[in-house]
Design a protein around this ligand. Sequence first.
Ligand code: RP5
Length: 168
Amino acid sequence: MKPIVSIIMGSTSDLPVMEKAAQYFDQLEIPFEMLALSAHRTPREVEEFASGAEARGIKVIIAAAGMAAHLGGVIASLTSLPVIGVPIRSSFDGLDSLLAIVQMPPGIPVATVGVNGALNAAVLASQIIALSDDAVRERVHDYKQGLTAKIVKANADLAEVKYNFKTN
Ligand code: RP5
């Protein structure tokens, strides 16, 4: 299997958050790779990864980092592939990493999800892949249908909750 998504994280301490992305890709049968790379601790390896990713068949890169989170931005500066940034909550409630990832200079976007938003990063990556892959598009559609079903069930459950002044 050749990966089409890279999940990059600044440290294995980010793994408990990023596991949600991995589980989603397993569920949707999208081959992915996971690597630990750090913009500050392994800058040369980050450059090597980012400049070679497209040629290896990678379609989307997810970059997760906390604190002064420059990983996604540095990767985005070295590739034309779409980069999705996941701010990790490790200090200042994740606000530091959120701002570091989202506030990119013009021309070098990093599509930023919410703090610890690994699942949304994976869903967004799958939607990008679905543009050119009918099988993935079908599975993304099924996933979204499942979300609708969840709220339909929630309403059925709420209908059973009784209060004297509840009217539905
Ligand atoms: C960042 O610093 C990592 O992404 C992690 O969120 C944070 C702390 O890293 P460790 O000290 O746990 O390796 O680079």
